[in-house]
Design a protein around this ligand. Sequence first.
Ligand code: KG4
Ligand code: ZN
Length: 361
Amino acid sequence: MRRPILGIETTCDETSAAVVDEHGTILGLVIHSQDVHRVYGGVVPELAARDHLRRIEPVVEAALGEAGVGRGDLGAIAVAAAPGLIGALLVGVTWSRAAALALGISCVPVHHMEGHLFGPVLEDPHAVPPFVALLVSGGHTLLLWVPEWGRYHLLGETRDDAAGEAFDKVARIVGLSYPGGPAIERAAAQGDPGRYRFPRPLLKKKGGTGSGGGGRAGAFDFSFSGLKTAVARTVAEVEARLEAERPHLAASFQEAVVDVLAGKTLAAAEAVGCDRVLLGGGVAANRALKARIREGIGSGGRLFAASPRLSMDNGAMIARAGLYRLQHADFGGLAEAAASAPIPGILAYERGEKITTTFKR
Ligand code: KG4
Ligand code: ZN
């Protein structure tokens, strides 16, 4: 395909459109972050869907304008079709299907988390497999071994809350605003990470990969709900001086999350035998997390993480993943908007299995 591809993202509370050319270069990108949810301290699905409906046309127009590309110049439309809030997804998917039909071009459904895997390569051509990927967003926490695009070995995932969800919930508990990740990071900068010793759930868990779902947790699985409860208990104890303790609570919580996320990612990189690590999803914007992983892999390894603008939900990563799917004529079984769906190409990483790579830097 020689013509540019339009990427549409409406899975949660960002309405975004981007134009990416056939080499994967961003020509135009517009992200509208909904602020209708702020007063509720979390995303209200119905409000999200209505806001997407209001915004999608002007956001697409602005992205095309920035790119200097007309609708008739487009080669395809890629749309995040799963997972996400169903009402929000339906706006993007229905708009994209209708537009593709009217223009006589393909509509490529993309898995949102595969989009996050393609975020860093938009800025750095070296951000390609093989790598161990930690995908951390508001809805997901996934640790993957990616020997090549389209082959995603699941090493671990969260057993309860996602990492971003933990940031959002703890922010609310300590009296910070939504979205919680950036608010916690800002508050933590003024706090002492050693003031409170919060639990590091499953950090020392031994063994292979988990059995998924309701089975036993594996060495690379995560759990954040106990940590959230521990913060809530401490907040109840220090209620009277919460204002003064807030930065320390934020810093101590962030330290615990970073210990767990970085600890498991580095252990996975070692187990797989690959010191190339990719960080994706909104939580990848966290500087403490990036610094810790970079330090752990040392000067010989590589850390790939997109800039904050491309770590958050955006249409460019969807267009880039769509380009890959289109070039391989493989839509990974995605068809309709779906609130949940596995990443296309996800593979079990068998318990005890040792996958080694012959890749040399
Ligand atoms: O990928 P994303 O933009 O949306 C979803 O797919 O969910 O991720 C949003 C999540 C939110 O939970 C937000 O609090 C978190 O990413 N986040 C952060 C930071 N920036 C955003 N978490 C920690 N530190 C940050 N700097
Ligand atoms: Zn996301």
